[in-house]
Design a protein around this ligand. Structure first.
Ligand code: KG4
Ligand code: ZN
Length: 335
């Protein structure tokens, strides 16, 4: 009988310390997330130095809880998978160092996981029968990328953002509107109550290529709000949120489905924190239905940063013998 494979995943690339145990790459036995949102809220964004220190405090208790929640012992673990980049360097170093120490102490392989590929692998947990090839859209605070997943270990970047990531633009628009950090969920909530009748960047769709760019849209919203304030006029927060979301998401979905059409791919997957956005989920699902595409969208808890997705991605590296790292593994802010 085939032996079950248990992977311990560790994630610390931004402001969530997370550890998880995943069985055979598909079955999430635990997923513990120690969020630092409350710590960073007063600064209006993540302060890297503070985030790094808090990862240090949280990483081992989080790993212990992930093992106990999963009902497994340290010695049952076959490999430790860790995010080594991209992300905040001081934060990544904490997870990488902890994972190295555990792998060394247990005498088991250390697997280096690309955070973006991890986000996509959340789909393998949410949909246990899902198999590549597929086209994935990773929409997060740090990335807006279309990735062709050719097989479980081959991820080919197709398109990325030329400037801001979509989540970053949500967070910056929220900040100018005086909404608390993180701004994405706030804009989502306010936008659902507003009318999408303001046009900030009518030419967003005319680029025609597959590259994303969000800084022009973000700047248009910032200028719009500044102008209203200078004239002493009321700022219609709900309508701005609805209009910004309609443009940002419309453009994102349009580019993604066009990319799928051009490549003749019909299996699409969504990943990353912004995949929690209500309008993105509904618009993409409607556009996929129109074209007969099959769309996979994980539940929100698997879309934002978590270690289960890292363990799931790490499983396929482990069984193929790829990306097994040495104890000289270093964290990298950019991959
Ligand atoms: O994937 P993630 O947890 O961290 C990164 O790897 O960046 O994504 C966080 C991003 C933030 O920019 C946050 O504002 C955004 O995802 N986000 C949302 C929503 N929930 C989280 N953006 C729009 N609508 C949401 N509901
Ligand atoms: Zn992420």
């Amino acid at each position: 009988m085939k032996k079950d494979v248990y992977i311990l995943g560790i994630e610390s690339s931004c402001d969530e310390t997370s550890a998880a145990v995943v069985r055979n790459g598909r079955e999430m036995l635990s997923d513990v997330i120690a969020s630092q949102i409350e710590i960073h809220r007063r600064f209006g964004g993540v302060v890297p130095e503070i985030a790094g220190r808090n990862h240090l405090l949280a990483v081992m208790p989080t790993a212990d809880k992930a093992l106990s929640d999963a009902g497994v012992k340290m010695h049952d673990i076959d490999a430790v998978a860790v995010t080594y980049g991209p992300g905040l360097i001081g934060c990544l170093l904490v997870g990488v160092s902890a994972a190295k120490a555990m792998a060394y102490a247990l005498g088991i392989p250390l697997i280096a996981v690309d955070h973006i590929q991890g986000h996509i692998a959340a789909n393998f947990i949410a949909f246990p029968d899902l198999e590549p090839p597929l086209l994935a859209l990773v929409a997060s605070g740090g990335h807006t990328s279309i990735v062709s997943v050719e097989d479980f270990n081959t991820f080919v970047p197709v398109s990325a953002t030329l400037d801001d990531a979509i989540g970053e633009s949500f967070d910056k628009v929220a900040r100018i509107l005086g909404l608390p950090y993180p701004g994405g969920p706030e804009i989502d909530r306010h936008g659902r109550q507003g009318k999408a009748d303001i046009k900030f960047c009518p030419n967003l769709h005319v680029r025609g290529d597959l590259a994303y760019s969000f800084s022009g849209l973000k700047t248009a919203v910032v200028n719009y709000v500044h102008n209203l304030r200078q004239r002493g006029e009321e700022v219609p927060v709900d309508d701005i949120c609805a209009s910004f979301t309609a443009e940002a998401v419309g453009y994102t979905v349009d580019t993604f489905v066009r990319c799928a059409e051009e490549r003749g791919v019909t299996k699409l997957a969504l990943a990353g924190g912004v995949a929690a956005n209500t309008y993105l989920r509904s618009l993409l699902s409607a556009e996929c239905d129109k074209r007969g595409f099959t769309l996979f969208v994980p539940p929100p808890v698997l879309c934002t940063d978590n270690a289960a997705m890292i363990a799931a991605r790490g499983y396929y590296s482990y069984v193929s013998g790829r990306d097994v790292a040495g104890l000289d593994l270093n964290a990298r802010s950019v991959l």
